[in-house]
Design a binder for this molecule. Structure first.
Ligand SMILES: NC(=O)N[C@@H](CC(=O)O)C(=O)O
Ligand SMILES: [Zn+2]
Ligand SMILES: [Zn+2]
Length: 461
């Protein structure tokens, strides 16, 4: 093994001849079982990781090829690369807000090795051709595996089913379907979609929000604060009634439902009940619903306008507890970039959504690990292995052992960082964490043995 340490520049452009990499001295963390254990010290061990041709080949540096490049990971934690079930890239249609490349750069910097691209682009991803195009653009960029999500209904209109089977049988192998941004509100349409995708083990990721209960102008959690601010409110029950309906449809059809961005204690209660019945339901929560409360809206800053809305502390506590006990399976960012001219308006007129890819790990570590109920192995479960399993991504979220693809992230648990929206890789600036300080941060991201980002800088794509 070479004793030459890499400089950042070398990490970012390893050169054509480099086929092997050694990570020395990292604490290797395996994904925990489904309930928070906070036992990361017990189930982690310090070892070296040898990677040849994109695959982990050994856990002893002495077995590394003599020309291997070295990452000194003393003091760092090595996790399986993160997987995001819920990313909005704005290509095609709104490349001023995000492209597949800029979103891929943000994902790599955020520790992600795979992201699922939501279907609400212009045009909508509702055909096999559209899905393959996203797959191909993601591959051309090459910093993260971009897996398209297919729409449930044609043009997200809620009526006619999209080309579910053709999208699944295409090169894109679409497995997750969602009309996100809109709820599949018609129970009959939802039932047909679930019946259809059951044949190939697909899943519907539902934006659970009854449109009649939520109302067309709602933009704030319905409660004391919405009354005080004079903003149209959005009741928690609009979320829980759809989750209740959908878990019954999942049971009836024998098919699989995934609850996108669950945000309420009532929603969590229904999911907990459904899981106890053995119904095939999974759920995700966003970093912002784990960390921020509705009080942030007091200044009418549109950066905090998001769908579903930020909720009161009781809901925040409920989603944290549910993530720790396995009721909520995964963290997903709902990274929703918006151009300035769509976001910088009076609160009621601004677009919904906030950035998330670059800050997710730091936020989740601060809320759930540092002083929270979880260990790093739980974080690996909820941000990597569980979402990979839900989406059916076989090469991600894997244990860090010989024979597995080297899709990895190194985390510095003691890095003091201050978020600066101007240094984001995203083309948009709607970052709700601007100015916030965090302790843990992504250090290096590795996709199939290639360093895709190091210390905040992405590799060339
Ligand atoms: N989350 C948001 O607030 N916005 C999303 C749509 C969505 O997920 O609801 C978007 O596409 O901008
Ligand atoms: Zn949504
Ligand atoms: Zn979304």
């Amino acid at each position: 093994m070479s004793d030459r340490k890499l400089t950042i520049g070398e990490k970012l452009s390893p050169g054509p001849g480099v086929r092997s990499l050694v990570i020395t001295g990292a604490r290797i963390v395996a994904s925990a079982p489904s309930v928070a254990t906070a036992t990361e010290t017990a189930d982690a061990r310090v070892a070296d990781v040898v990677i040849v041709d994109g695959v982990v080949t050994d856990l002893t540096a002495s077995e590394a090829p003599s020309d291997a490049q070295v990452i000194d990971a003393d003091g760092l934690i090595l996790l399986p690369g993160l997987v995001d079930l819920h990313t909005h890239l704005r290509e095609p249609g709104r490349e001023d807000a995000e492209t597949i490349c800029s979103g891929s750069r943000a994902a790599a910097v955020g520790g992600y090795t795979a992201i699922l691209a939501m279907a609400n682009t212009t045009p909508v991803t509702d055909t096999a051709e559209a899905a393959e195009r996203i797959l191909d653009l993601g591959r051309a960029c090459g910093l993260v595996d971009v897996q398209p999500i297919g729409a449930v209904t044609h043009d997200l209109a809620g009526g006619q089913l999209a080309e579910l089977g053709l999208m699944h049988r295409s090169r894109a192998r679409v497995n997750v379907f969602s009309d996100d941004g809109r709820c599949v509100a018609d129970a009959r349409v939802m039932r047909r979609a679930l019946e259809y995708i059951r044949s190939f083990g697909g899943v519907v990721s539902q934006h659970s929000q009854d449109p009649a209960l939520a109302g067309p102008n709602a933009c704030c959690h319905e409660g004391e604060l919405s009354g005080r601010l004079g903003l149209p409110g959005w009741p928690a029950v609009a979320e829980s009634v759809i989750i209740a309906r959908d878990v019954q449809l999942a049971r009836h059809t024998g098919s699989r439902v995934h609850v996108a961005h669950v945000s309420t204690a009532e929603g969590v209660d229904v999911i907990r009940w459904a899981k106890a019945q053995g119904i095939a339901v999974t759920a995700e929560v966003t970093p912002h619903h784990l960390a921020l409360t509705t009080e942030r809206l007091a200044g009418y800053d549109p950066v905090f306008k998001v769908n579903p809305p930020l909720r009161p502390i009781e809901d925040v506590q409920a989603v944290r507890a549910a993530l720790a006990d396995g009721t909520i399976d995964a963290v997903a960012t709902d990274h929703a970039p918006h151009a300035r001219h769509d976001k910088e308006h009076a609160f009621e007129d601004a677009a919904f959504g906030m950035l998330g890819l670059e800050t997710a790990l730091s936020v989740v570590a601060s809320v759930m690990v540092e002083g929270g109920p979880c260990g790093w192995s739980d974080l690996a479960r909820v941000m990597s292995s569980a979402p990979a399993g839900i989406a059916g991504l076989a090469d991600h979220g894997r244990p860090i052992v010989p024979g597995e693809p080297a899709n990895l992230v190194l985390v510095d648990p003691a890095a003091a960082i201050t978020v600066d929206r101007s240094s984001s890789q995203s083309l948009s600036r709607n970052n709700p964490w601007h100015g916030e300080q965090f302790r843990a941060a992504v250090h290096t991201t590795i996709l199939r043995g290639r360093v895709t980002a190091a210390e905040g800088a992405p590799a060339a794509c």
